[in-house]
Write a protein that binds this ligand. Structure first.
Ligand code: PHE
Length: 545
């Protein structure tokens, strides 16, 4: 149809030079001229297609045409109410007159009510006794004819007064319409060759491009959506947070060991062996294999000693030490397990074991020793960098971070799963203070868009002092806990071999909560797990804090 119509337009232009009024066109397969609204809409499609190839030009004219209301359409089909009343009656003297009640049954309430009056007025029916009979032997249903005329031409030859009457009777309504005048365009031809969309090697070598018609480039068109991998929202947020740490000069720690031993997850962090976090209801233990390789011997001795008997100025826990407890394999409950392992490596030079682990992560210590946050006022104050030659105790400052998965045997609900991600920052340098920790966190969270922070004293077995971090949630309009932080204890650092003046500070936060806030997600199951929609992942916007 579309092609035939385009051909008709071209042929008509070829024959007559122009088309003054597209309402005079007789469309392919139709008997009458295309005066209706729908026909003009179809014609417009064909005109646009031809105009885009410069084969024609056209101008638009506005008209007001009429269309039938549902009631008008019913009359066009079944006749007017008065005609239906007339048709339902017997001719005078040829049968029993029809009572008003019966008439209602035959033609319906509405037609009986409206139709009777008009039928009387037209002289079509008459009263006989208490009923009605036909008076006219035949009638002409003008309303039906009018409806059919409006339906096919959009107007009435009779003129505006008749149209106004039908509008008042709510049988027709006015509708804005269009018709067109068409002229030949610069590329006019009577044959519609399918336009080329591409310059091809063949058309260039054969020279066919010289005479080919090209489809106009549509700069407004949407491109084809590219298919490819998409980062999960959690990974997008992870990427942003990673960039923040990198901007601040931090180095990423290796965190691939989801399985850790009780030693690295708890003991090295001075978490007492009787601590509730180590119970099975909080921690997933492995059954096969269930026992880890032994930790470094000398270090293990120092750790067990500080737990059981104290040392480094501490009284220790004075509770019996269990070797089995340290060897239990578990899914790490926090990334601080990885931080502990990295700190132990960082202290290798201080233990006189320099280069012992040159195979991996050797770049942890920054060459120049400046680890202070901008906000801590420590610009240029390279505490470790200012030591005298000769008194090198092997220590190199470090700023480390990690963002990875941890596991806890928790009751799952809308905001908790048994696995989630932790973000952790750790800074090691000589004589740094709680002020440095506050400074680092201020800069870090500011880059995450959180200006307003509050700290509350808290307890961690491995840090003293410890602080919970709260931020003001602008949507919830309240302070929410976003993380945990503190200065690592000497009971943890000194057994590793760090000199007494080395301080290590750290802070940690979850990745899921900021992601959920960022993407307006209220149920964690739509973020993680089998209910995540791939389409949602593909369409999730990039994150900028
Ligand atoms: N490990 C702590 C937690 O799981 C976070 C933390 C990291 C606290 C480093 C202090 C120092 O919440």
């Amino acid at each position: 149809m579309a092609e035939a119509l385009q051909q008709l337009i071209l042929d008509t232009l070829h024959a007559h030079g122009s088309i003054k009024d597209t309402r005079t066109l007789v469309l392919p397969g139709q008997a009458e001229a295309a005066a209706s609204h729908d026909a003009q809409v179809t014609i417009l499609g064909a005109l646009n297609s031809l105009a885009s190839r410069d084969m024609i030009t056209y101008t638009t004219h506005e008209t007001f045409s009429h269309v039938l209301t549902p009631e008008g359409a019913q009359i066009a089909l079944e006749g007017s109410h008065e005609a239906r009343v007339w048709a339902a009656l017997p001719a005078k003297g040829e049968g029993d007159p029809v009572s008003p009640a019966e008439l209602k049954k035959k033609v319906g309430d509405e037609a009986a009510k409206v139709g009777q009056g008009r039928a009387f007025k037209n002289g079509w029916v008459a009263k006989e006794g208490s009923g009605l009979v036909k008076l006219a032997p035949s009638i002409q249903d003008k309303t039906q004819l009018d409806m059919r005329e409006v339906d096919s031409t959009g107007t009435l030859k009779e003129g505006e007064k008749a149209l106004a009457d039908l509008r008042k009777r709510k049988l027709i309504v006015q509708r804005k319409g269009q018709w067109f005048t068409v002229h030949k365009g610069p590329s006019f031809s009577t044959s519609i060759a399918k336009p080329e969309t591409d310059l091809t090697v063949e058309s260039l070598t054969s020279g066919a491009w010289k005479t080919a018609t090209f489809k106009k480039y549509n700069f407004e068109a949407d491109g084809i959506p590219t298919e490819g991998g998409a980062l999960h929202p959690l990974l997008k947020v992870r990427e942003e947070i990673r960039n923040i740490f990198l901007e601040m000069g931090f180095t990423e720690m290796p965190t691939s060991s989801f399985v850790e031993s009780g030693f690295w997850c708890f003991d090295s962090l001075f978490v007492p062996q009787q601590h509730p976090a180590r119970e099975v209801q909080d921690t997933f233990y492995l059954s096969d294999p269930s026992v880890s390789l032994p930790p470094p011997k000398a270090y293990y001795e120092r750790v067990s000693k500080v737990h059981e008997h104290g040392g480094y100025g501490s009284t220790g826990y004075r509770a019996p030490w269990s070797d089995a407890e340290t060897r239990k394999l578990l899914l790490r409950t926090h990334t601080t397990a990885s931080s502990a392992a990295m700190l132990y490596k960082l202290a290798a030079r201080c233990r006189g074991e320099a280069d012992s682990d040159s195979d991996d992560h050797t770049d942890l210590a920054h060459e120049h020793g400046e680890v202070h946050a901008e906000a801590s006022g420590g610009v240029g104050s390279t505490k470790s960098g200012s030591m005298h030659p000769g008194d090198d105790d092997g220590f190199r400052p470090a700023k480390l971070f990690s963002i990875d998965r941890v596991f806890r045997n928790e009751t799952m609900d809308a905001t908790h799963l048994a696995e989630f991600h932790q973000v952790e920052g750790v800074v090691a340098d000589k004589d740094i203070t709680l002020g440095d920790l506050l400074g680092f966190m201020k800069v870090f969270f500011q880059k995450l868009g959180l200006e307003n922070l509050r700290f509350k004293p808290a307890y961690n077995p491995y840090t003293e002092p410890s602080m919970e971090i709260f931020a003001f949630h602008p949507q919830l309009k309240k302070w929410v806990e976003i993380g945990n932080s503190g200065m690592f204890r000497p009971e943890m650092l000194e057994p590793m071999g760090f000199p007494k003046d080395v301080r290590v500070l750290g802070w940690g936060l979850g990745l899921e909560r900021p992601t959920m806030i960022r993407y307006g997600i209220t149920n964690i199951r739509t973020l993680v797990g089998h209910k995540v929609s791939i389409e949602g992942v593909e369409k999730s916007p990039a994150v900028r804090f």
